[in-house]
Ligand binder design. Structure first.
Ligand SMILES: Nc1ncnc2c1ncn2[C@@H]1O[C@H](COP(=O)(O)OP(=O)(O)OP(=O)(O)O)[C@@H](O)[C@H]1O
Length: 729
């Protein structure tokens, strides 16, 4: 992992490979970055005639000391990168990461007097050194907060502690406990020590604790909420003044403790900006660590308290070195070897920063003086090992806060829905569901409508067939009436076209009238026919039997038919009545079918209206069932029609025989009447001729009905009968 040109962390292919090619792991594992900061020779060193013992490879982050060569992530100072670019190159990306929820640590390490405090700016005074990393961090954070104020609410807290002789001290506690008082060696301690002495506030000492998620926290530490750069700077200055410092031969103001200035950044995304990043609550910490410098008592000249401090400092740094070694050893790490974090308070506190949930940069501060060459070499070796440490920074979300946010979002959604419902509208989700349902229902409704139109078309076609049959029936009936009235076939043909047109126009009214008429005829004139009328299911045999059992009378003066028994001279009238009866039957059947079809059509329309309210799948099934029923009925009707045609054929055969009988009778009558007077003969011939004509016309009409019902067989019979009728005329 190295920084890209714009300062963001990137994973190098080598590191990805090191992580077993696991992209996800590679993306979340980052090595500790190490920068070497070579301060210039200070006045004291110059006075001592020290020489620069560090060589820098131009353009490369490489340093050489003696015959040792080291490569780091960055090298600052001397002819390398300018010192003031440390923040931009190393620390700024960490500050950016802080706003994305990543913990970060900047750790300054080095021998005493190597420039750690100077670099970090932990010895900050508002009027003093403002060039250190911390002051730039603070400035950058507040600039960024100002920039993002529209998107999120930020809360900043700072804490400042030092670890002195394995004790954690709160540098921001205005009322330190008596236990802490004794260690107040800094400016502040000197200033306020007398006032505080013996006035312990009973506050329990700061303790290092591990959270459930494995993070390290300090219980009992003072966290100051800061709202401005000034407030934060004041905290830094206050803590810096309280920090234990002391004068040694190596550094007139040597830090006698490890100091950790921690900035905690909490951010809550504003509701309307949540979509941008998807994170509602983030909390990250930036530890700015200024370690006490390693020292050699011989060189620092420390004795007494200073010596003891030095021992503790070195002890802590040794523990840190062991942790770095353990973490930096690939083999040990793979084997899950023990990392001695608990060996010191320093390592315990830096547990997250080294090998844990943090992005970490170590700034190894070194003196270029040849007098410090041995310590510098040790520092570089130490730093070089730290480069192998792999951290696993993760975005810090507060699970409780995330859950709270989820609930808050739900609440807001429900409130919005409630408002919407109160305003009379359904919820947005419901609207979506309803819209989809409407689209689907409209499509299925359209299909059903199409099917309905087709079904109506079929029904209309059937109705049209029935109408045509009825029209044909009317025409035949009219012809029959005209023949009865004494008109010839030629006269009938002349009138046919005009009358057909008229018949079609008056179809509906005429058919009703004719039906009534026929009914009246049945009831008043031919009561016995009622007993002969076959039902549609009656067999042709029974029908034939019924017909053969009738004795027909004759024709009344008005042309109507009457019944009598045993009069052979009226057999022609029998045929006429039989044909009339057959035609009536057919007519009635057709009427019945038409009525049934109309009823079914009405039922279907009613059903369709009902079905529109139901589930489309249910409608489809219902409709399929109905279609099957219709198909079945259609087949039944076709069977019925076939049976009727067969009946008519039988009737036609019977009529054929009757015509033959009529002819024979006619011949006999003619022979008998030959001797009578011419006038009688003419009258007699005219009378029988008219009857025969009537019979022939009826036969023709009857067979035309058959033609209308698509019976090719009867069509042939019709031609023959017509021909015969012509001969009779
Ligand atoms: N980059 C620099 N330019 C000029 N002077 C520097 C630089 N870095 C450090 N110094 C000077 O070197 C001296 C030692 O610096 P500093 O106190 O920061 O060292 P230190 O590593 O913190 O020492 P200790 O561990 O004893 O606290 C100081 O006088 C400081 O002003």
């Amino acid at each position: 992992m190295r920084t890209s040109s714009d300062g963001d962390f990137v994973v190098s292919p080598v590191e990805a490979e090191k992580n077993g090619g696991n992209e996800k792991e590679a993306a979340t594992t980052q090595a500790v970055q190490v920068a070497v900061n070579i301060r210039p020779l200070i006045a004291m060193e110059r006075v001592q005639g020290c020489k620069d013992c560090i060589t820098i490879v131009p353009g490369e982050p490489q340093v050489q000391i003696g015959h040792h060569s080291f490569t780091f992530d960055y090298v600052f100072g001397s002819i390398a990168l300018p010192l003031d670019s440390i923040f931009d190159k190393c620390v700024k990306p960490l500050v950016e990461g802080l706003f994305h929820g990543y913990n970060a640590t900047v750790l300054a390490y080095g021998q005493t007097g190597s420039g750690k405090t100077y670099t970090m700016g932990t010895g900050y005074t508002v009027r003093g050194n403002t060039e250190g990393v911390i002051s730039q961090v603070m400035e950058t954070i507040f600039n960024r907060v100002e920039m993002l104020r529209q998107e999120a609410d930020f809360q900043l807290r700072v804490s400042f502690i030092e670890i002195l002789k394995e004790e954690v001290h709160d540098l921001l506690d205005l009322n330190p406990s008596s236990a802490e008082y004794g260690y107040m060696g800094g400016t502040m301690g000197a200033a306020f020590g007398a006032g505080i002495k013996g006035l312990g506030n009973g506050k329990p000492p700061i303790q290092i604790r591990e959270t459930i998620s494995g993070g390290i926290t300090l219980s009992g530490v003072t966290e100051v909420n800061v709202k401005s750069l000034e407030e934060m700077s004041a905290c830094l200055e206050r803590g810096s003044l309280c920090r234990a410092t002391g004068s040694t031969n190596m550094n007139s103001q040597s830090s006698r403790s490890h100091a950790i200035f921690t900035i905690t950044l909490e951010q809550r995304r504003k509701w309307d900006k949540l979509e941008d990043c998807g994170e509602e609550y983030l909390c990250a910490k930036l530890h700015l660590v200024d370690l006490a410098g390693s020292e050699r008592a011989k060189r620092t000249g420390a004795d007494g308290a200073r010596f003891k401090e030095g021992v503790h400092i070195n002890k802590g740094l040794l523990a840190l070195g062991n942790v770095i070694s353990a973490l930096g050893d690939d083999k040990k790490r793979r084997e899950g070897g023990h990392v001695p974090y608990r060996d010191s308070k320093l390592t315990r506190l830096l547990q997250d920063s080294l090998g844990g949930n943090s992005r970490t940069v170590m700034i190894a501060c070194v003196s270029p003086a040849d007098s410090n060459a041995e310590e510098t070499l040790n520092t570089l070796k130490y730093a070089n090992r730290a480069r192998n440490i792999q951290n696993k920074p993760t975005v810090n979300r507060d699970p409780m806060a995330a859950e709270m946010q989820q609930m808050r979002q739900q609440l807001e959604l429900m409130q919005a829905e409630l408002l919407c419902v109160r305003a009379g509208g359904p919820s947005s989700t419901e609207v979506q569901v309803m819209k989809q349902k409407i689209v689907w229902l409209e499509a299925s409704n359209m299909d059903l409508r199409k099917e309905l139109v087709e079904a109506r078309g079929q029904l209309e076609s059937l109705a049209q067939t029935a109408v045509e049959s009825q029209v044909e029936r009317d025409k035949l009936k009219l012809k029959l009436e005209k023949l009865r009235a004494g008109k010839t076939f030629e006269e009938l043909d002349e009138d046919a076209d005009v009358q057909t047109e008229g018949l079609l126009q008056d179809y509906v009214t005429r058919i009703q009238e004719l039906e009534c008429e026929l009914l009246q005829m049945q009831n008043s004139r031919f009561p016995s026919i009622g007993s002969l009328r076959p039902v549609s299911s009656q067999s042709s045999d029974s029908f034939e039997d019924s017909v053969s059992g009738i004795d027909f009378g004759g024709v009344n003066s008005d042309g109507s038919i009457f019944l009598t028994s045993g009069d052979s001279s009226c057999e022609a009238e029998t045929v006429v009545v039989a044909k009339e009866w057959g035609r009536m039957t057919l007519q009635e059947n057709l009427d019945k079918q038409l009525r049934e079809l109309n009823i079914r059509l009405q039922q279907k329309e009613a059903e369709m209206k009902t079905f529109e309210r139901f589930d489309p799948e249910y409608l489809r099934l219902q409709y399929e069932r109905k279609l099957e029923e219709l198909e079945e009925e259609k087949r039944s009707l076709q069977g019925e029609r076939d049976r009727l045609i067969a009946n008519l054929e039988t009737l036609a055969n019977a009529a054929d025989q009757n015509v033959q009988i009529v002819q024979e009778v006619s011949m006999q009558k003619r022979k008998q009447l030959e001797p009578h007077t011419q006038s009688d003969h003419k009258r007699f011939s005219r009378y029988y001729g008219r009857k025969q004509l009537t019979a022939a016309c009826l036969l023709t009409g009857l067979l035309q009905i058959s033609v209308a019902l698509s019976s090719p067989l009867l069509s042939l019979g019709a031609d023959r009968l017509e021909k015969e009728a012509g001969e009779i005329v």
